[in-house]
Write a protein that binds this ligand. Structure first.
Ligand code: NAP
Length: 287
């Protein structure tokens, strides 16, 4: 995907007056946000998208943040704006999301774009669910008429995932923290998408043999040595490793396909951000 996007940008550049430009805004110093924003910025640069990472202090007021967003909305040289969530407590993410020009809303957070997606109109789609759809399509995984169980109902992943799968004619169930029996949902599913954020959430007993499992979760768990003891760095801080929601070792032998963590849904999310930036750029510059 990255190579195709890079080639497309190189081909489009002579017809356009300026290159695509993505702005990534991070408020505060959440380490996970720093990692995501840096990865998106670096991936953009590699395909020929100019990227600006704007790191703002956690103390910034909501009014000041909205002013920054409006400045990027008004700047014809900026084609996409991404505000990395979560935001500090004193800032209402709904107000911030609504302030982004829907034509520059690369993550499809703005209610106008969410509405367009809901009724199947063209527009950006949220990067993580879109990346998963592309992954399923790439591996030729049939969706029409098949049972899909999604664990998690967030606006970021679970809900839009359900909409995109419905659009592809899957039969979709959504489980969440108030569901009575998640295993009952997942055991009958041909495809399971887990987006909860809990290590070990999906056990082997919850998976039907031959299922396709997509693991969205990103969880930091303590790194243990061979004796099962925590490992520390030179400053005596416990080290951690990243795992998904799925008990990979136990579930993998049952599956037709399964995504690893790290290295599965994460890179697809980044590739989808690039793809969306290109789409927004073409709509703003070339039509
Ligand atoms: P979120 O907003 O915290 O939503 C988590 C969802 O899981 C909620 O719907 C919640 O239910 C449900 N849940 C929590 N505990 C549960 C339980 N014990 N049983 C059943 N459902 C439970 O998280 P998110 O933003 O959707 O992200 C989910 C995970 O994906 C996180 O680990 C995040 O880091 C990761 N993520 C990865 C990528 C990527 O690119 N790889 C992108 C985005 C997110 P309620 O609604 O009932 O509270």
């Amino acid at each position: 995907m990255r190579e195709r996007i890079r080639t497309q940008i190189a081909t489009l550049l002579p017809q356009a007056s300026r290159p695509p430009h993505a702005v990534f805004i991070q408020v505060g110093e959440n380490p996970a946000s720093t990692t995501y924003v840096s990865a998106k910025g670096a991936a953009s640069q590699k395909v020929g998208i100019l990227s600006t990472i704007e790191r703002l202090p956690a103390s910034i007021s909501q009014v000041e943040l909205l002013e920054r967003i409006r400045a990027h909305n008004d700047d014809a040289g900026v084609h996409s704006i991404l505000v990395q969530l979560p935001l500090p407590e004193h800032i209402d993410p709904r107000v911030v999301i609504e302030a982004i020009d829907p034509r520059k809303d690369v993550d499809c957070f703005h209610p106008e774009n969410v509405g367009r997606m809901t009724v199947g109109l063209p527009g950006p789609r949220p990067a993580t669910p879109q990346g998963i759809m592309l992954l399923l399509e790439h591996y030729g995984i049939e969706l029409a008429g098949r049972e899909v169980a999604i664990l998690g109902r967030s606006n970021l992943v679970g809900k839009p995932m359900a909409l995109l799968l419905l659009e592809a004619n899957a039969t979709v169930s959504i489980g969440h923290s108030r569901s009575r029996d998640l295993g009952e949902l997942t055991r009958r599913a041909d495809i399971i998408v887990s987006a909860v954020g809990r290590a070990g959430m999906l056990s082997a007993a919850m998976v039907k043999p031959g299922a396709v499992v997509v693991d969205v979760g990103i969880n930091h768990v303590p790194l243990l040595d061979e004796q099962g003891e925590p490992v520390y760095d030179e400053s005596n801080r416990p080290l951690s490793r990243i795992v998904g929601d799925v008990d990979f070792a136990a579930v993998e032998p049952l599956c037709e396909w399964i995504t690893p963590v790290p290295g599965g849904v994460g890179p697809m999310t980044i590739a989808s951000v690039l793809e969306n930036t290109l789409t927004l750029y073409k709509a703003l510059e070339l039509q």
